[in-house]
Ligand binder design. Structure first.
Ligand SMILES: *Cc1c(COP(=O)(O)O)cnc(C)c1O
Length: 375
């Protein structure tokens, strides 16, 4: 038996009839680009996270780029982001002409370290850059430490762009990600907690003027009509088919978030004595994009993962090579104190199978395999 790392088929089996009906409706009306399902999805997402405006787009990377464009970020601007993240978070920054500045993480949450952000801001100023935007990432589904980050952004005059590609729908106190920050983004890549059957993304903001800019930028910078282009934009729209599929997936998403938490609880109960397991701080809810554990002193990650593979249990390292160590990004500035927690996480983490339909029996097999592998 091979255990899937993420099982999208179980979810599909559950809602296949509804998805088929939604797809049939799109084929019947034939409005494939920005059809009625897109507006319906934007409204449903806005209601879900409690934000005024949602602008759907082609993918989570474009969502980040559209947000930076709408914020007016460009040459000379410093944009602060973690190095321990998927490349897209930093990639969009040089694409708009600005400079990414890498910030370390908190070793327990894997999210942006506020003290490191402060050092990085001072460093950027010394380099002659203008601190403009901070991009906290809700890594592995857990919200960033917004109570600590927001006052820094406020004091330093930074806009906050929350990369919630992995964390859409997570809770931070009484707020839901998507509604946090000046602007937030997510991805609907199939393997994300809320995924479609292709590429998709969305941008969220309470600022109506910013939302109008986002709508223009996603449509070639259009002005009053399609053939009036007032700015340089992108072609970054969400297909009606993807929106149709997402509407059915969003309907069961709250329940799936609870199921993910049950899976996380079972892992913690079965593994906390042998590995460092993730902890969700009081008052927060993770959507568990990944269940990421950390090896302890003296444990050999490579040997553990190889032993798991031999027992038919997949595991993956997110992320083995932090961005500041990669060819394309090594030349950009970083916290002058270094990024020790980032390097340490990259050397120690690995992620275990996680999805809402991981049943207790299969998970018991995984837990036993991990315990055996750790020895
Ligand atoms: C997946 C991901 C993105 C990019 O999303 P795409 O839809 O694949 O473009 C951006 N940031 C983070 C943190 C991600 O995990």
């Amino acid at each position: 038996m091979t255990i899937p790392f993420i099982d999208l088929a179980a979810q599909q089996a559950r809602i296949r009839d509804k998805i088929d009906a939604r797809i049939a409706a799109v084929l019947d009306h034939g409005k494939y680009i920005l059809g009625p399902e897109v507006a319906e999805l934007e409204a449903a997402l806005a209601a879900f996270c409690g934000v005024k405006n949602v602008v759907a787009c082609a993918n989570g990377t474009d969502a980040l780029q559209l947000a930076l464009m709408a914020l007016g970020v460009g040459e000379g601007d410093a944009v602060f982001c973690p190095s321990f993240t998927f490349a897209a978070t930093a990639e969009v920054v040089p694409l708009v002409g600005a400079t990414p500045v890498f910030v370390d993480i908190d070793p327990d949450s894997f999210n942006m370290d506020p003290a490191s952000l402060k050092r990085a801001i001072a460093h950027a100023r010394e380099q002659g850059l203008k601190p403009s935007v901070v991009i906290p990432v809700d890594l592995f589904g857990l919200p960033a430490d917004y109570d600590a980050l927001e006052p820094i952004a406020e004091a330093e005059g930074l806009k906050m762009l929350c990369d919630s590609a992995q964390g859409f729908g997570a809770r931070y106190g009484n707020r839901v990600t998507g509604s946090i920050g000046d602007v937030a983004t997510t991805s609907f890549f199939p393997a994300k907690p809320l995924g479609c059957y292709g590429d998709g993304g969305a941008v969220f903001t309470n600022d109506d003027a910013l939302a109008a800019l986002l709508r223009s930028y996603r449509m070639h910078g259009q002005g009053t009509d399609k053939y009036d282009n007032v700015r340089i934009g992108l072609n970054s729209r969400l297909d009606s088919l993807q929106a149709a599929i997402l509407l059915e997936k969003l309907a069961i998403y709250p329940e799936e978030i609870e199921l993910r938490q049950e899976v996380a609880n079972r892992y913690a109960a079965g593994l906390a004595d042998v590995l460092d397991v993730p902890v969700v701080p009081e008052g927060q809810v993770s959507v568990w994009a990944q269940y990421t554990v950390r090896t302890r002193e003296g444990q050999d990650r490579g040997a553990i993962m190889a032993a798991l593979k031999d027992q038919g249990v997949p595991s993956v390292i997110y992320y083995p090579n932090p961005l500041h160590r990669q060819t394309a990004y090594a030349g950009f500035p970083a916290d002058p104190a270094g990024l020790p927690a980032t390097d340490e996480a990259a050397a120690r983490v690995f992620s275990l199978p996680m999805h809402p339909y991981l049943d207790a029996d299969t998970q018991g097999t995984i837990i036993e395999a991990v315990r055996k592998a750790v020895g």
